[in-house]
Design a protein around this ligand. Structure first.
Ligand code: CAA
Ligand code: NAD
Length: 283
């Protein structure tokens, strides 16, 4: 059965981006968040980005209206009862994700695929919370979703070939490039990216250089589009810490220990751009 109707859970920076690209590619989309304020913020952001795309003459105003007509907000998980695919993009926490997947397993039709946008958590463990592990898969979009071309597709231990093929095909429909990876902590993307960000934080923690100078070195010296500390603020420092904890615990290797400065900032509520303060201050 083809994928027509999709629920995206979590209307934060990732969920809203995923909902936008799905609706722009012709899917009927429900964007769900348990927090109504977060949902409205996510929907508003999509409208803002579409308006900007019209202003830049990348889409027509008719495209914009058609996209918005395919997009509906939801605060009730049971709205997923007629969805063919659910993409979960809630906080990077195993207990919260397994709770969502357990509920989805009861709510969604038997044919539905349940995907997670997790950055690092084991798909196999998320799948074990359901009675359909062969229909559970990782669909890891990159931030900002409307711009970044990659989707890392993670096969859990029991993910079926059919589920993998459906998600690979949908990723192509979204005009993104799928890369298949196996289920190990941090997959490929964050196993490589996050230790670099963590090391950049250690560099500041140890007084080697200021955040500005660390970022300048990596931008001008390595041609990265954003320095690692700007990128950490952009991703969210809470998400960075959760990912480092998954790597540290998953591999049991001290090279992945999260920097104490990262822990301190998260404890202070300095979560980066989304909270107004991280390594930098945002208006
Ligand atoms: N949402 C949607 N579109 C955005 C955006 C956002 N948050 N930010 C920028 N854009 C768009 C802009 O609209 C612009 O498009 P147009 O020119 O067509 O209008 C385009 O991106 C370029 O933006 P700017 O010119 O303003 O800025 P830029 O050239 O510096 O590019 C960037 C911005 C694309 C974000 C670039 O800085 C970049 O590639 N940064 C690195 C991003 C990255 O590494 N992402 C991966 C993060 S890790 C991850 O996602 C995995 C994980 O699990 C943590
Ligand atoms: P975010 O904090 O911006 O948004 C999370 C949203 O989920 C919030 O709006 C919150 O209200 C909602 N939520 C939490 N629990 C919920 C529940 N039980 N039901 C419905 N909604 C719920 O987070 P984000 O940055 O969008 O990250 C979301 C996921 O995507 C995480 O797993 C993260 O690791 C992953 N991810 C993040 C990035 C990134 O750069 N930030 C990139 C790729 C993947």
């Amino acid at each position: 059965m083809g994928i027509k109707k999709v629920m995206v859970i979590g209307a934060g920076q990732m969920g809203s981006g995923i909902a936008q690209v799905c609706a722009q590619s012709g899917y009927e989309v429900l964007l769900n968040d348990m927090n109504e304020e977060a949902l409205n913020k996510g929907l508003k952001n999509i409208e803002k980005l579409l308006t900007r795309a019209v202003d830049k003459e990348r889409i027509t105003s008719e495209d914009k209206e058609n996209t918005l007509s395919r997009l509906t907000g939801s605060t009730d998980l049971s709205d997923a009862s007629d969805c063919d695919l659910v993409i979960e993009a809630v906080v990077e926490n195993m207990d919260v994700k397994t709770d969502v997947f357990r509920k989805l397993d009861e709510i969604t039709p038997a044919h539905a695929i349940l995907a997670s946008n997790t950055s690092s958590l084991p798909i196999t463990e998320i799948a074990a919370a359901t009675n359909r592990p062969e229909q559970v898969i990782g669909m890891h979009f990159m931030n900002p979703v409307p711009v970044m071309k990659l989707v890392e597709i993670i096969r859990g231990l029991q993910t079926s070939d059919q589920t993998y093929e459906s998600i690979k095909e949908m990723t192509n429909q979204l005009s993104k490039t799928p890369v298949e990876v196996n289920d190990y902590p941090g997959f490929v993307s964050n196993r490589i990216l996050m230790p670099m960000i963590n090391e950049a934080i250690y560099t500041v923690y140890e007084g080697v250089a200021t955040p500005e100078d660390v970022d300048t070195v990596m931008k001008l010296g390595m041609n990265h589009p954003m320095g690692p500390l700007t990128l950490a603020d952009f991703i969210g420092l809470d998400t960075c810490l959760y990912i480092m904890e998954v790597l540290y615990e998953g591999f049991g290797d001290s090279k992945y220990r999260p920097c104490p400065l990262l822990r301190k900032y998260v404890k202070a509520g300095w979560l980066g751009k989304k909270s107004g303060r991280g390594f930098y201050v945002y208006e």
